[in-house]
Design a protein around this ligand. Structure first.
Ligand SMILES: C[S@@+](CC[C@H](N)C(=O)[O-])C[C@H]1O[C@@H](n2cnc3c(N)ncnc32)[C@H](O)[C@@H]1O
Length: 272
């Protein structure tokens, strides 16, 4: 891997520092308890400035993935400021459930949702301040009904979930309906050994500034390997359809190796 590509991320880090360091220090000064949420506070200041540009960079592939496929009740992992809402067809998506632990993002998320006619007042919008790993809270918020979500979406958020492999398995097994879809656009561990080395090199520092975001998660592999369990206790495939593809034109030499996925949960028995 060329050193220019390996160190390209340094530009992102220094821009983030220039943008968010002073506002974060000011927040801690005003409210010292913020220190326990330092990375989350920093991330909120970064995302408020850069989210729109990051979103625009991948608009076409996200439109192609989410607009025709997302239907019914959509649960968005790490909804951020609500940029994912523009990729939902309001005539097909009846309810938007945003899982977003960074409560600083909620006001803007709520505002953007309202522009697309999703509102808490009529039950078409639910904003959860928990993490995607908190499956019990998510289920309770959905009326303790298992398998009530038609579509789970995620845009660059699975990388921030602690114990993401377990969390994704839980979401797919218990929250997603049979026949439901998991749609995602994520940066994942590169299949190239040299790129993966640099991802592992940067990951510990990157996650300090970006609220736990890891550059070295093999999320696509974890999703592919999620299994159901049959009546005899044997592991069986949980997916009836799996499509995984890369971003056209993206260089292999990037520590942000993106993949898009459309996985459909098979119909049939529902694991409790
Ligand atoms: C890179 S941002 C992406 C936001 C949004 N999906 C978008 O495309 O603009 C990652 C998001 O994941 C959220 N996040 C962090 N930890 C999380 C967790 N445990 N569960 C769900 N989301 C989490 C962050 O707060 C942040 O909003």
């Amino acid at each position: 891997m060329k050193l220019a590509n390996a160190f390209g991320l340094w530009t992102d880090l220094s821009l983030a520092l220039q943008t968010a360091l002073i506002p974060t220090i000011k927040d801690v000064w005003k409210k010292p308890s913020t220190i326990s949420q330092l990375s989350r506070t920093f991330m909120a200041h970064v995302w408020i400035v850069f989210a729109s540009q990051v979103d625009a960079n991948a608009r076409t592939v996200k439109q192609e993935l989410f607009l025709p496929n997302a239907t019914g009740v959509v649960l968005d992992i790490g909804a951020g400021l609500g940029h994912g809402i523009q990729y939902l067809d309001r005539t097909k998506v009846t309810k938007y459930v945003a899982v977003e632990p960074n409560t600083r993002m909620h006001p803007e998320l709520r505002r953007i949702a309202a522009t697309a006619e999703y509102r808490e007042s009529d039950g078409t919008l639910v904003i959860l301040g928990c993490g995607a790993e908190e499956i019990t809270i998510i289920l309770e918020s959905l009326g303790s009904t298992m398998h009530s979500v038609d579509t789970i979406t995620s845009v660059m958020s699975m990388c921030s979930i602690p114990s993401a492999e377990d969390a994704l398995r839980g979401l797919v097994r218990h929250v997603l309906k049979p026949g439901g879809q998991l749609l995602f656009y994520e940066h994942v561990l590169s299949p190239r050994q040299d790129v993966a080395w640099w991802q592992r090199f940067w990951a510990p520092m990157w996650q300090i500034f970006y609220d736990g975001c890891r550059l070295d998660c093999p999320t696509d592999i974890w999703i592919n390997e999620i299994k159901d369990v049959d009546d005899n206790g044997e592991e069986v495939d949980i997916w009836s359809e799996r499509k995984l593809w890369g971003v056209p034109g993206e260089t292999e030499e990037t520590v942000f190796h993106h993949v898009l996925g459309k996985f459909v949960k098979r119909e049939g028995r529902m694991l409790k």
